[in-house]
Design a protein around this ligand. Sequence first.
Ligand code: PLP
Length: 386
Amino acid sequence: MRRVYLDHAATTPLDPRVFEAMLPLLREHFGNASSVHALGRKARFAVEESRERIAGALGAEPGEIIFTSGGTEADNAALRGLHRGERCGVVTSRAEHEAVLRVAERLAAEGVPVVTLTPEASGAVRPERVAEAITDETRLVSLMHANNEVGTLTDVRAVAEVCREKGVAFHTDAVQTAGLFRLSVDDLGVDALSFSAHKFYGPKGVGALYVRGGSDFRALIEGGAQERRRRAGTENVAAIVGMAEALALALAEADARLAHVADLRRRLYRLLREALGDRFVCNTPLEDEASAPHILNIAFPPREDRPVDGEMLLLNLDVEGICASSGSACTSGAVAPSHVLLALGRPPETAAAALRFSLGKDNTEADIDRTVETLAAIVHRMVGAP
Ligand code: PLP
């Protein structure tokens, strides 16, 4: 059975061209980038060349790129590293990834003033709301570029403008958009930006944090002098090289990839409506530029007071070879409704019956057609015809 993979917001397959670029670093050039001998120098060269390529792709300076173990660490490092000082408050939103939310909660418990905004029903946080939330205590605003569950885009430029006027730093989690859009840190106006290679056909366990100016930052992980003392630990050289290659390929192919996933999402939505009518609600805003085009989140509200089991939908799809995702997190054996959908005001029974399809460059129209056909049959079996 051919598998249909529609979970690219969770992770993407490694591009074979990226794998090829990584291999020499895993085989012959295995040195530690801190060693002075020839093998070490080769590794150092590979790390710094990758840093230059990545910085160039984002319109940043190489010294502004700090390599991390992925998006989670980059988000943690941004919140912990940028909020310090007397003026230490943080403004964020309830729809952020846990990598931001959990740290914000921890900072609040440590006495940092934290404001957690509730987004609109679309998932967007309006720049005016950010302006209202900033006080004399605020040091940092952290809002994600695209939400990983529903795809909603934040107007990063407008929020950056607000932050600049108020003199506070602005971090954006761009894990879902780096490698999808051509991002320029100056055009966006951000002070810090997180991204992760495995979301754009690079390896897992590597990412980076861009920090404007590069220096006004306290390390999250301390130890050796790597990353100019901003992130200790022996560099994962092959992964860093893979990330640079994956980003270069993503940007070279960005127009085609974007048009492709946008076409497939339109097809997916149209066929779902044809097959299931108004049996589902759409949680992703589909207007132009309102969401990242690779994500479509739908949910099945209860019918005649009978809730729909989102996990059962997902498992039934899996049995048929279709990989999708629900927003729900499985905590201590119980499935909790998605915190994002709850923050967007969806009732808990609807939030617990959500499916997220996230599309990638290698998906085909046939993948979409098979998914809709299969889902429609499952829904009819589980909850009756529309
Ligand atoms: N932020 C967002 C928006 C994400 O979607 C993810 C991954 O799902 C992360 C952060 C965490 O990234 P990583 O898996 O590289 O730790």
